[in-house]
Design a protein around this ligand. Structure first.
Ligand code: HAS
Length: 548
């Protein structure tokens, strides 16, 4: 594999994909549940319940896979762009912390002692090993933050006055955003560990939920931004074109740094104990954080148009057909972004204080986030694996046709599933996270809407086939003995840009990263400070309910 950072990136990436594979296999079981088909009784005694399966599905896919993908991509891209090697000792420390944390958390998950879902709301109480393992896993990302900031400052010292190259800028703002965003989870973890070990008698559920959502919304941008980074810095080139504007792309990441965090109350519109005006402030800030995605829609679509026209596409829409749909990486991004349009629109419905009443805690919500993280983010990772694994190993992609089929099927399966979930949540208020066979309320809502819910079974089967094809392709690629450096990309396909950062006042303004980070901190203090102060001073601890 050559350079040591390649080996590190491959290990992080593959560990992430193993987590995704195990987590994904539980997906069809959730989909079948909403189709009225409960397969969990057949999995006993290995897996005990729908809730155990749902916890494994959510934790592995949404928390483990996404973070590992970020730790692979958002360290490797700046290293290649700057031509610098990260501190390899610390890079491996981060890998081992993630792996050991994952294994510690996996034991109670597999033993049904942590079936608390990926939101782990008290008073549900998991075994302490779950919280300790998860904390160690998350802390490994702090090492990644250091790796990137250290490379960046090394580059800055050698290049005084120059504008940070784009992928590195995206990576630096991404990791700073995550540092600020993760603090809620870190504080919550301290409470939960003490509580699960019996060191404190109880914890306050509202405070825990608030700390959780402090991190829980920006974490979705922590999942999203590696996909956006790849879309900005590699997709235009892979599609045969150029990125239209470097400064505008930087602005997007700066806006995410500013607005990702102070928005968490939009998950708590239905919670008592938070005054409505605070919820309204978070609604407005949430609308602000949609802006960088709207800019992304423009910049990526315009860059794709440049590519399509360079490939010979003519007329108003002819460039779309001229894009390389037969390149599995490009295909994955195109389909992922198409899904992101209704997903983003649904997000704006969720964020609208009053509309939220209609869809909160219904299956509309998993419909929303399977378009976002389940489709765009996952497809960006899958699509990138098709060139990145060959690039890292020197082994060419096998079964290209299967790679293409996996992406079409994944998109189709997610489309059918999310369509029916949105419909069912919106029109029939089918509750989310409900074991249909075990919940009379869910059963009643389900009966009214059963024709739609059957689509979930169809989608579960399609997604299972898509997953088998995808995992076959990547493991067959990585594990083959044939190396053929001629047939793999030897360099990261960084895109050229049309509008450059040099001489741009916008680019100069965004370059003052620490100043903007300071503003982001101030915004968070204003949007959260008074409420958190009140919650900490009026704690109302409850003992909790052990689940094992
Ligand atoms: Fe969300 C709940 C609001 C984005 C994930 N969200 C969730 C949950 C998850 C999640 C996991 O305000 C459930 C948590 C739980 O378990 O309870 N979300 C938003 C808003 C956005 C948003 C306003 N969410 C995401 C992303 C996620 C994600 C991204 C994962 C990666 N979300 C909410 C709210 C809730 C919520 C409430 C709580 C609801 C409740 O009551 O519980 C925005 O950031 C969305 C902005 C996006 C856009 C779309 C732009 C379109 C683009 C595509 C361009 C297309 C191109 C294609 C270029 C405005 C960029 C060209 C193609 C060719 C072929 C030419």
């Amino acid at each position: 594999a050559g350079a040591p950072e390649k080996k590190y990136t491959l290990f992080m990436l593959m560990l992430g994909f193993i987590a995704l594979m195990v987590g994904t296999l539980f997906g069809p079981l959730q989909a079948f549940n909403y189709g009225g088909l409960d397969l969990y009784p057949f999995l006993k005694p290995v897996f005990q319940s729908y809730y155990q399966g749902l916890t494994i599905h959510g934790v592995l896919n949404a928390i483990i896979f996404t973070q590992l993908f970020g730790q692979a991509i958002m360290v490797y891209l700046p290293a290649k762009e700057l031509g610098l090697r990260p501190n390899m000792t610390l890079a491996w420390v981060s890998f081992w912390m993630a792996l050991i944390g994952l294994l510690i958390a996996a034991l109670p998950l597999l033993g049904n002692a942590a079936s608390v879902l990926y939101t782990f709301y008290p008073p549900l109480k998991a075994h302490w090993a779950f919280y300790v393992g998860a904390a160690l896993f998350v802390l490994s990302s702090y090492v990644s933050i250091y790796l990137v900031l250290e490379m960046w400052s090394r580059w800055k010292r050698a290049n005084p006055g120059k504008i940070t190259p784009l992928a590195t800028y995206m990576s630096v703002t991404f990791w700073l955003m995550w540092f600020l965003a993760s603090l809620g989870l870190v504080v919550e973890a301290l409470f939960l560990i003490a509580w699960s070990l019996g060191l404190v008698a109880g914890v306050d559920p509202l405070l825990m939920r608030t700390l959780f959502w402090y991190t829980g919304h920006p974490i979705v941008y922590f999942w999203l931004l590696p996909a956006y980074t790849l879309a900005y810095v590699t997709l235009p080139k892979l599609a045969g074109g150029k990125l239209v504007s470097d400064p505008l792309s930087r602005l997007v990441f700066l806006l995410f740094l500013l607005f990702s965090v102070p928005v968490g109350f939009h998950h708590q519109f239905a919670d008592p104990g938070i005054a409505p005006y605070w919820k309204m402030i978070h609604t407005i800030l949430t609308m602000m954080v949609a802006v960088p995605s709207l800019i992304t829609a423009f910049t990526i679509a315009a860059s794709l148009e440049v590519a399509g026209r360079a490939n010979g596409g003519k007329g108003l829409l002819g460039w779309i057909g001229a894009l390389p749909w037969n390149n599995p990486t490009v295909l994955a991004f195109l389909l992922g972004f198409l899904a992101f349009i209704p997903g983003g629109a649904g997000g704006i419905v969720n964020a609208s204080f009053n509309l939220n009443q209609n869809i909160h805690n219904t299956v509309w919500i998993p419909g929303h986030f399977h378009l976002q993280v389940g489709t765009l983010v996952t497809m960006a990772a899958m699509g990138t694996a098709f060139w990145l694994i060959p690039h890292l190993t020197g082994k060419p992609l096998v079964a290209r046709g299967m790679a293409l089929a996996s992406q079409w099927l994944w998109f189709l399966g997610m489309f059918i599933m999310t369509f029916s979930l949105h419909w069912m949540g919106f029109l029939y208020a089918v509750p989310r996270r409900s074991h249909i066979a075990g919940s009379p309320i869910a059963m009643e809502a389900y009966r009214e809407s059963s024709a739609w819910m059957v689509l979930n079974i169809v989608s579960g089967v399609i997604l299972l086939i898509a997953a088998i094809l995808f995992f076959y392709v990547i493991y067959a690629t990585a594990l083959q003995s044939r190396r053929d450096p001629e047939r793999v990309m030897s360099e990261v396909p960084f895109s050229e840009v049309i509008s450059k950062p040099e001489g741009s006042s916008l680019a100069l303004m965004t370059e003052r990263v620490w100043f903007w980070f300071g503003i982001a901190v101030v915004l968070v203090v204003l949007a959260y400070g008074p409420v958190l102060f009140q919650m900490f001073t009026n704690m109302n601890p409850v003992p909790g309910q052990r689940l094992w």
